[in-house]
Ligand binder design. Structure first.
Ligand code: MN
Length: 321
């Protein structure tokens, strides 16, 4: 799992350990297991949020763990051109490469620790594919695609593309060096990440060494979701077991605790976690296919606008591809 790594975690700025006298640790409300599915032209995903209510996910809507899969030559798959409206898609590539292009001229290669934060807003078309050379060679492919809702006031903003390069993520250490934190967006204990968001969102990829325990300060106004990308560990004060493909939903508090088992299996050398927090938008959600709106009428309008070509058009050099 390359993402972004460092030689010496202890050389990084450290996140303070929450003071137990004044900190309410968040309880674990739910642990769910992501079912397997297929996305786009048939690449394997885990549906990370299956079985969790939208109210508990808010402002997040949907998340797929793409892979981890080792493709044979000629096998890598992507998505065809498709539209979005009313939310943001966030693609974080851990291993391998995805090539993105959209109808506003945004795009590029997302690879090994890079994030693409695409605001669909009023409407956009995009395509995501492995580059030709990766299709030819095959190889490892592992990433995350997350859907972040927009509040009613921002659903019609112009589309926007943010390419967040791997080296721009803010790297932090836990208080004892047992965990490496990559802050992609939002902030952890006052340390800001590079991603720009419409509502308060924090997105972190944490790597816990075997046996490490992490207590992370987490503002009360944000929800707290921890998804296991790889490895085995526990969540919460009472040490509830979690493993690859499981999501923990935390309740209210000022911080949460996670820990890596002392022994990991052969597929990973550490516990790899995606940590998400967002301030709930608390508006009605009408989601269908590629659109996330507030009402069914707005969904109908989105489909009509798409078919009328009002969500953008495929750039000329791509027609026929
Ligand atoms: Mn898409």
């Amino acid at each position: 799992m390359p993402a972004v790594t460092v030689d010496n975690v202890l050389a990084l700025e450290r996140v303070r350990r929450p003071d137990p006298a004044t900190t309410e640790l968040r309880p674990v409300r739910q642990v769910t297991t992501a079912p397997h599915g297929l996305e786009g032209e048939g690449f394997p995903v885990r549906r990370a949020f299956a079985g969790v209510s939208l109210a508990d996910l808010d402002p997040f809507v949907h998340m797929d763990q793409m892979g981890e899969v080792e493709y044979a030559p000629g096998e890598p798959k992507g998505t065809p051109w498709h539209p979005h409206r009313g939310f943001e898609t966030v693609t974080y590539m851990i291993d391998g490469t995805f090539q993105h292009q959209d109808s506003i001229g945004g795009g590029g290669l997302i690879t090994n620790g890079a994030t693409q934060w695409m605001t669909a807003g009023a409407g956009i078309l995009h395509i995501e594919r492995p580059p030709e050379d990766l299709v030819a060679s095959g190889g490892l492919f592992h990433g995350i695609q997350l859907w972040v809702n927009l509040p009613r006031r921002d659903k019609w903003v112009p589309p926007r593309y943010q390419g967040i390069e791997p080296h721009t993520a803010t790297l932090l250490s836990s208080h004892d060096g047992g965990a490496l934190l990559r802050v992609i967006a939002g902030e952890v204990d006052g340390h800001k990440g590079p991603g720009v968001t419409y509502t308060p969102i924090t997105l972190v990829h944490a790597t816990l060494s075997p046996g490490a325990r992490l207590e992370l300060p987490w503002p009360r106004r944000l929800n707290a979701l921890v998804y296991v990308l790889a490895g085995r560990g526990t969540v919460g004060e009472d040490g509830r077991p979690v493993q690859t493909g499981q999501l923990a939903v935390f309740g209210t508090g000022d911080a949460f605790a996670v820990a890596a088992d002392a022994t990991q299996d052969s597929s990973t050398s550490a516990l790899e976690l995606l940590v998400l927090g967002g301030e709930p938008i608390a508006e009605p959600v009408a989601a269908y296919g590629p659109f996330v709106m507030n009402t069914r009428d707005e969904l109908t309008q989105a489909f009509e606008d798409f078919h009328a070509g009002r969500l953008g058009s495929i750039p000329a050099e791509h027609i026929g591809h």
